[in-house]
Design a protein around this ligand. Structure first.
Ligand SMILES: [Zn+2]
Length: 450
């Protein structure tokens, strides 16, 4: 029996051997390796006595994934600017929106170095197909899908974690997409448990999407189709640099600690992805955070922008936190954290009066101060009001909260008409003492059960 002298391993997409050693498959069945001068594409590479060569991919899959012809060294600020200008120039989106989308594009190239893959809703009134094709030309391993089945994603060859581009997903597709974001998801297929790959995802829709924290509202975009040759030019000029960016920055991104605590918790998770993809470039990170804050502010229109909206958001956070005593003091702290840097500040007394007089919640005095009483009924009302106020929080149901599942998913899929809007309006236009009584009459038996 012949024993092979060396082990041979096939590489289908990417193989991260260590923080500093990545083998990447490129076009024509070649491989490139980190740290090599000029990233020369070769049919075989050897690392620590092990040979690696490209595994066989089906031609249709290989075509769809848009493998670059090689990797090229790239200066990150220049590359970021080039991606942005492709988005403004070719897709016609506004500058702030292009900043966020460009950071999202970069994050797809280092998605496996990030704690959680970025799921982004691209929301616009007009046709977004041109923007979608530009993004598909820029993201790593693009797969443009009409329907997503997690079991099928699980059958992709190892090392291929595609960036999904999906338009107007059905509720079923959204549930499948959510699996690509959860750590350790498995799906059963023909008696085998297949791990579901972690996939960054761009969802194109006309309204914010349930379960997707970060929305980029596209206010302007070119709508006529882009000629194929222009997309090919874009791919030729940028994909090799994007791969070079991956190989040069993967290790730094995997160790990055970038965070933006001033953003609300859901947007904050997305900001971590975008900021970490730009690790080492504080100016670029700053521009992304400014755009995100701008995006968050634009969305906070009307009610949501009001003090009452802010206090409601703080109450939502405290109400879902098992550690929180729901004291007015704690809610004031959360509210102040949400507006940190905006020059607004609230004391507990002001928060208490907004809670009672504008939002119609009950507070009760304890030895250490006032607390909000959250009965089941009050909890239901909190969830409905959060949707009515246009907060982003309900788009992200909390695990273990049945009210989130009941109120949020229904509302987000079917529009706010499924909840009792009239009751909500009654509450914040004139908090009636009846409602307060109704809440109090159920206390204390149901107190603090959200
Ligand atoms: Zn909830």
């Amino acid at each position: 029996m012949k024993v092979p002298d060396q082990l041979t391993t096939e590489v289908y997409g990417s193989l991260v051997l260590s923080e500093s050693t990545i083998i990447e498959r490129v076009a024509d069945g070649k491989l490139v390796l980190t740290g090599e001068e000029n990233y020369l594409p070769r049919a075989e590479v050897t690392v620590a006595g092990c040979n690696y060569h490209a595994g066989q991919l089906s031609p249709s899959l290989e075509g769809a994934l848009k493998l670059p012809v090689g990797a090229a060294a790239a200066n990150l600020p220049d590359l970021f600017a080039e991606v942005k200008s492709a988005l403004t120039g070719l897709a016609g989106v506004a500058r702030d929106e292009a900043t966020l989308l460009a950071a999202a594009v970069l994050s797809t190239w280092v998605a496996d170095a990030l704690p959680i893959p970025l799921h982004l809703a691209v929301v616009g009134n007009g046709r977004l197909s041109r923007l979608k094709s530009v993004l598909a030309s820029l993201v790593r391993f693009p797969l443009v899908l009409t329907d997503v089945r997690a079991t099928e994603l699980g059958t992709l060859p190892a090392g291929i974690e595609p960036s999904l581009l999906v338009s107007d997903p059905s509720p079923h597709t959204l549930r499948q997409l959510a699996l690509t974001r959860e750590p350790g998801s498995f799906q059963l297929k023909s008696g085998n448990l297949l791990p579901v790959p972690h996939c960054p995802c761009f969802i194109f829709a006309t309204a914010p999407v349930a379960g997707v924290a970060l929305t980029v509202h596209v206010t302007q975009a070119n709508t006529c189709p882009l000629p194929k040759f222009q997309l090919e030019q874009l791919e030729t000029s940028l994909r090799a640099q994007l791969l070079g960016y991956r190989l040069a920055r993967w290790s730094a991104v995997s160790r990055a600690q970038f965070d933006s605590p001033a953003l609300t918790s859901e947007v904050r998770a997305a900001a971590q992805c975008l900021g970490r993809a730009l690790e080492g470039e504080p100016d670029a990170q700053q521009s992304v955070i400014l755009s995100l804050r701008g995006e968050q502010e634009r969305r906070r229109t009307g009610l949501e922008q009001s003090d009452a909206g802010l206090v409601l958001e703080a109450l939502w956070t405290a109400g879902h936190d098992e550690q929180s005593d729901r004291s007015v003091k704690a809610i004031a702290q959360i509210a102040n954290a949400l507006v940190a840097g905006e020059g607004r500040r609230f004391n507990a007394r002001a928060i208490g009066s907004i809670l009672r007089e504008q939002l119609g919640f009950c507070t009760q005095r304890y030895s250490d101060g006032y607390r909000v009483l959250l009965s089941r009924t009050a909890g239901e009302r909190l969830h409905r009001m959060a949707v009515e106020f246009g907060l982003t929080a309900p788009l992200f149901p909390r695990e273990g909260c049945d009210l989130c599942t009941e109120t949020t998913i229904d509302t987000a899929f079917n529009g706010p008409s499924t909840c009792n809007v009239h009751e909500v309006h009654d509450v914040h236009s004139a908090p009636s003492s009846e409602l307060v009584d109704a809440v109090e009459s159920r206390l204390p038996a149901e107190e603090d059960r959200l």
